[in-house]
Design a protein around this ligand. Structure first.
Ligand SMILES: [Fe+2]
Length: 455
């Protein structure tokens, strides 16, 4: 029998362990975002004024300012570390187009600010209450998301692939053989039934748009075991896929015409073959790796060409973490936290955390298969779904960041679709099967591919 004193001691220990974990994650997130800009010169840190990117030094310091603002100012009520920070780095009041005109600190000043605020916040977290820890978690996950964005910005701008050293080199990076796995053709059959879409109350941290699990009726369906490969997408391009308006949504065709798109954004014809730009290098297509950097319209056109369709987000989540009932004919009431079960991601199950610095073959990482045999539903490449980004029933914006989801739900003027699963530059501490990413249908600069369903 445990005495009240022992219970108190135990609670204090759990509290301390949680604080140390959050502080370690905050330190790791900061080391990552610093590493993503530290090798760039002043000109590279400004980048180019293009749609859907930020100046890299704005983006990295914005993530640091967000930590300072949410943890020090809002949660702890302390004065800001950087008195004019909100006039430089507040994304809710500074529109994207003016971020290149701001009087931002130079490279050394930016890095010094990021390190200094990181150290102060780290020390506060160790002595923080549960509420402050929640704000700190929120802010470090926000930084993780910006680190993924900084990585695709480096690709967008043609910079070298990021290099990580020391404590940002993720332990357990996959050995070369786990990146090779060939193709994985064929469909998985998922039974119908009532599926509980969204995050359960037992999940330790979730964002507002995942709350909460609610029943959705599903018909049985067949879904590809793997995402569409570069070789499969090349067949669509070669068959005139970008020139046949009947394959495209009206809005998609308008996008294609306006961009004069003939192939995925980072592809280029080289003689009889295609090459793909990978950061600052051109490489032959990697036949069995997923096609990436295609937008929702391109994914939809491919599906129409192939006689297939995109999964809805409910179908995607059921294929990823649903389980068959005993009779195999319906979905069980229980679902898993990850495709392989409830234990956190590891390098042999999912390509995350920049470990491979790119995608691996769609047939690799069989240890991460779902109950129905779908592979890589976590990591490697985000997957577009057919679903519009809309609130779940009873939606309420999160207190630390009310602007996270609510301004971005799909409208007629602004089609915005749900993506699932994370990619190789998503952190394993952030991703789970119920996580909903959301981008405009025309966004092609994120590491997104797709898998298809039978009609
Ligand atoms: Fe942000």
């Amino acid at each position: 029998m445990t005495s009240p004193a022992q219970t108190e001691l135990l609670a204090a220990r759990v509290d301390r362990e949680q604080a140390e974990r959050v502080a370690a994650w905050a330190r790791d997130a900061r080391a990552r975002s610093v590493a993503l800009i530290a090798d760039l010169d002043e000109e590279q840190l400004w980048g180019k004024q293009l749609p859907y990117v930020q100046p890299p030094k704005w983006e990295a310091a914005h993530a640091a300012w967000f930590v300072e603002n949410r943890v020090l100012e809002r949660a702890l009520g302390e004065p800001p570390f950087l008195p004019n920070g909100h006039t430089l780095y507040d994304s809710t009041t500074i529109p994207s187009r003016v971020r290149w005109d701001l009087p931002l600190p130079d490279r050394a000043g930016t890095l010094a600010y990021m390190w200094s605020v990181g150290q102060v916040v780290h020390d506060r977290i160790l002595a923080a209450s549960e509420r402050v820890r929640y704000y700190a978690l929120y802010a470090l996950f926000h930084e993780d998301m910006h680190s993924e964005a900084l990585t695709y910005t480096r690709q967008y701008l043609g910079y070298p692939a990021p290099r990580f050293a020391g404590d940002t080199r993720v332990p357990g990076a996959p050995a070369a053989e786990t990146r090779v796995g060939g193709p994985l053709p064929g469909d998985a059959r998922v039974p119908g039934g009532i599926f509980r879409l969204g995050a359960g109350h037992d999940e330790p941290f979730v964002f507002d748009n995942e709350k909460w699990a609610h029943p959705v009726e599903l018909q049985p369906f067949s879904i590809a075991r793997a995402p569409v490969t570069q070789a499969e997408f090349a067949a669509f391009v070669e068959d005139g896929g970008y020139r046949r308006s009947e394959l495209w949504h009206a809005a998609g065709w308008r996008w294609r015409e306006s961009m004069a798109a003939e192939h995925p954004t980072y592809w280029q014809r080289s003689g009889d073959n295609w090459t793909r730009r990978d950061f600052d290098r051109w490489t032959a297509l990697e036949s069995y790796r997923p096609v990436i950097n295609v937008n929702w319209y391109e994914a939809e056109a491919y599906c129409r060409w192939a006689g297939r369709r995109l999964p809805t987000e409910t179908e995607w989540e059921a294929a990823a973490v649903g389980e068959p009932a005993g009779d195999g004919q319906t979905l069980a009431p229980r679902k898993r936290r990850f495709p392989w079960g409830d234990v956190p991601p590891s390098a042999e199950r999912a390509n995350l955390d920049w470990c491979a610095l790119g995608c691996v073959d769609v047939g690799a990482l069989s240890a991460g298969d779902s109950a129905f045999g779908c592979r890589q539903m976590i990591g490697n490449a985000w997957e577009w779904t057919a679903s519009a980004f809309l609130p779940y029933p009873g939606f309420r914006a999160d207190e630390p960041y009310p602007e996270y989801s609510a301004p971005w739900f799909e409208t007629e003027e602004s089609p915005r679709k749900v993506l699932r699963g994370g990619c190789w530059a998503t952190t394993s501490r952030l991703i789970r099967a119920t996580w909903r990413n959301f981008y405009p249908a025309e966004r092609g600069n994120v590491w997104a591919g797709f898998r298809t369903c039978a009609q």
